[in-house]
Design a protein around this ligand. Sequence first.
Ligand code: FAD
Length: 453
Amino acid sequence: MYQTKAEHVLNFTVVGGSIGGLSAAYCIHQAGHNVMVLEKHDMAVFKSQAGSDLRVPPNMTRLLGEFPGTEELLHKCASIIPGHIFIEGSEPVGKMTYKEEMFADLGAGFYRMPYVDLWSHLYSLCSSSNIECRFNSQVTEVIIGDSSAGVSVVLDTGEHIHGDIVIGADGHNSVVRRTILENQQEDPQDDAGERSTPTNLSNVHEWITCRLSIPQLEIGKDPELQSLIENDWWTVWLSCGLFYNASREGNEYYGLNIFYPFRQFQVDDMDWNVKQTCLSPEELQSTEGEPRLKKLLSLASSCHRVNQTNYNLKVFTNKTMQLIIIGDAAHAAIMNGVHNAAIAVEDAYALGFLFSKVSDQHQVPLFLKGYNEIRQKRTKMIRESDSGVLTVHTLPPGVAHDARNEIFKKTLEKEDDEYDDIYSQIIQDYITQCNYDSKDAIEEWWHNWGRLI
Ligand SMILES: Cc1cc2nc3c(=O)[nH]c(=O)nc-3n(C[C@H](O)[C@H](O)[C@H](O)COP(=O)(O)OP(=O)(O)OC[C@H]3O[C@@H](n4cnc5c(N)ncnc54)[C@H](O)[C@@H]3O)c2cc1C
């Protein structure tokens, strides 16, 4: 995976055993270090995630190619996304076809893959590398000594686990991020976060995403819904102040995601795949105007909802460079979005690369400065792109809304190969995000700066 192995071996504790945690554990181990993963859930929680898909955009496909067995995994478990149909009310207003040449140019495909398949693959890579993964191990506290004394995590059983570096891959309510922020607050000079990044679109700081799984068997019984499960296209329902996207996920389920910018409802986070639909009356009301959505919600068999805050962190490490956060703990990429899993794998790969170069403990802070610099730039790209998606898909009636629909409309009026210019307006940002090459970015940094350290 990496050309070098570390000459100075460190002990890492990874908090969180989902996509980010397992990717990081594998990459860091490949770089030559000792790693232990601590995960609060039982392994059964991960194995029972049937009917819940991750999106694997080209930037992630390319990186997964660095992990053994990915080609077979994609071949066996992933499906290709052909494109999006945009609907307003119940009428189609536009479409976006993912043309083959587009991905040929990017050198990697855009897939969707069941969460359980990617998780199981990463877990088996970790197991076969003898990485210890401890389930039912919830971290409640992180204790930082001085940099030579190392860092400890405390489990809910009271057990202390000691190491050199802790990687927080513990998701959007991260305990490790909380520790980093608490330490930074002690120093009023240190500006931990940046509340707004100027863009040409309004910045969205908080939102809710909600994911429902609907058995295809039930959908197939309703003639009005049947067409939704006849292909793999994403259907995107545009609405004022919220939007939905949905598609077939494997052969059993249809996944429906609802995105509400600006936390418009007072609702709590839920665990993954809660075996009932727990939408509030206000959320249920949000489907007014499209009878198919109302029906889909009533057929859902499981649900997950999360409130996300755009933390806008300037750094993903603490001052002593013993704590690092990755994935959802660091970035708040939209859950169920294009890049939430991708950015976690990008972080993991970059960390592994840097730590494969360590020949002396004193280099660690300098390497992590590089990590912060590279990942901060990338996070900013994703943040702006996600903010753009939330804004454009939820426009209220007005000039911007009409301009969006005017562009979309042209895609319905012409054949796919006639509208390259229209596409370039709609999809340019998408392509830029998917074209990002995490491997190139880290190698370039190393070439320019790392070799001098
Ligand atoms: C079971 C599960 C199913 C998912 N299914 C989908 C899906 O279908 N589609 C989608 O887009 N995204 C899904 N996600 C989210 C997706 O994995 C992430 O958005 C993305 O991959 C980034 O991953 P992450 O590892 O940074 O964060 P997460 O996937 O959120 O993982 C964080 C992990 O840390 C663990 N953890 C949290 N706090 C502690 C603690 N104090 N001590 C120990 N462990 C802790 C959590 O249990 C979790 O396993 C799922 C996540 C999980 C956990």
